[in-house]
Design a protein around this ligand. Structure first.
Ligand code: FES
Length: 132
């Protein structure tokens, strides 16, 4: 599973979850981006196409984005992406958007745990190729 985290809040939240030794499933790869507003929808589609079973996007709470409205743009894109996935026959629960501040390591860890549980219920991505 892939987690795309904004540098300013959620990546720091992920760091806090780690230093607080909160339990998180190990099957998540975290990639830091400057802001969720920087996440092109093709990044998410490409990750799913390449075989990721799910993609979690985590950013600053609305009103706290360091670039003002990047997370609001992501929220709008996310709704479109959910529709797109459903239209393509893929369960939109394979993607998840959450807000987690730098002080919310517990929120971040809970988001990861919830996403992994959902993905386990859904099973491997239908786009996953043999050997990936
Ligand atoms: S800087 Fe965190 S979502 Fe924009």
């Amino acid at each position: 599973m892939l987690a795309l985290c904004c540098n300013w809040c959620s990546y720091a939240g992920a760091d806090l979850a780690g230093t607080s030794r909160l339990q998180m499933p190990p099957n998540v790869r975290i990639i830091r981006v400057n802001c969720t507003g920087r996440i092109d929808p093709t990044f998410i589609l490409d990750a799913l196409y390449q075989g990721a079973d799910g993609v979690l996007i985590s950013g600053c709470h609305p009103g706290d984005c360091h670039y003002s409205t990047g997370n609001l743009k992501m929220r709008a894109r996310f709704a479109l992406l959910q529709n797109l996935l459903e239209e393509a026959g893929m369960d939109s629960r394979r993607i998840h958007l959450q807000w987690a501040s730098a002080a919310e390591g517990d929120v971040f860890a809970e988001g990861i745990r919830g996403m992994v549980e959902r993905i386990k219920e859904l099973g491997p991505s239908p786009m996953r190729k043999e050997g990936k």
